[in-house]
Design a protein around this ligand. Structure first.
Ligand code: ZDR
Length: 290
């Protein structure tokens, strides 16, 4: 495969993808059981000045007995989230490129949030069965309610301001708050205050959402471990769950993020979330430094 450099260092090949501007470095990790990079290296690769630049690094590993592949991901701060909605759409297209399927490009992916099933459609969009939302405070996790209670539109003071929040886990934690004007939210100052609030022992992703109509929401996100990003797939799903539970939106809703729109459906049949959106390959390269 790769030629070692004279110093003995073997370059690592990568492919850059984005899903609505939420961008990831994808690595073919099928031959190894652990990610090819440490979390410290992932921080370096994600650096937009000293590295490749990305919101996260995603590793495509072999699956287990019940799945086709395994996805592992590091955020740009080196932390490891359970799931990534935009990332798994990119992963599906990455795998379809690595091993062109004879039939449907539909994969059962093992993640730290359980089995997630993306399917590449004829138009290139990827529809993902994102599984069930989790609502118990202990599953988020948050201390805003007792471990078995739900946090739905509960008052919560952050940065000396009253908010009403709903907490949803899509495998990873989300705190959703509906606001009058999402453009007026000072994301860079407020986001970290939610992310690091002691009510979220594993930190949280935070979504600020404006209802445009019952089938159209506009959101901005502050991601745990990555900051303000242009899109967030698990976040868009969590937002629709919060919107339905509080009577603000339909079970089938378009969510507009800074990077574009995702179509989200909270199925009445299996209660799973289905997310449809794009995933785009941008370039391939080799990391040469050790
Ligand atoms: C929000 C996200 N980019 C997605 O598309 O679902 C996931 C990234 C992981 C997130 N920053 C976390 O849970 O730590």
């Amino acid at each position: 495969m790769y030629q070692s450099t004279p110093s003995g260092f073997t370059p690592i090949r990568f492919t850059k993808y984005h899903g609505l501007g939420n961008d990831f470095i994808l690595i073919d990790n099928l031959q190894q059981s652990e990610p090819l990079l440490t979390s410290e290296q992932a921080i370096q690769w994600c650096d937009r000045n000293f590295g490749i630049g990305a919101d996260g690094v995603i590793f495509a590993l072999a699956g287990d007995t019940n799945t086709d592949y395994t996805m592992r991901i590091f955020n740009s701060d080196g932390s490891e989230p359970q799931m990534c909605g935009n990332g798994i759409r990119c992963l599906a297209r990455f795998i379809a490129d690595l091993k062109p399927p004879s039939g449907l490009a539909r994969y059962r992916i093992n993640t730290l949030a359980g089995v997630i099933v993306p399917q590449v459609q004829a138009d290139g969009q990827v529809r993902v069965d994102m599984g069930l939302p989790r609502l118990q405070a202990g599953e988020i996790p948050t201390t805003l309610a007792g471990p078995e209670e739900k946090v739905i539109d509960l008052p919560f003071a952050v940065a000396d301001r009253p908010w009403n929040v709903t907490c949803v886990s899509m495998g990873n934690p989300h705190c959703i708050t509906f606001v009058e004007d999402v453009a007026a939210i000072p994301l860079a100052t407020l986001g970290p205050k939610f992310e690091h609030h002691p009510a979220f022992p594993e930190r949280t992703n935070t979504e600020f959402v404006q209802v445009i109509q019952s089938s159209f929401l506009k959101m901005r996100v502050w991601e745990r471990g990555a900051g303000a990003t242009l899109a967030c797939g698990t976040g868009a799903c969590a937002v629709v769950v919060a919107g339905v539970l509080t009577g603000r939106c339909d079970r089938q809703t378009t969510v507009e993020l800074p990077g574009g729109c995702l179509e989200i459906e909270w199925s009445t049949t299996d209660q799973h979330l289905y997310m449809t959106g794009p995933a785009q390959k941008v370039f391939t390269g080799e990391w040469l430094k050790d």
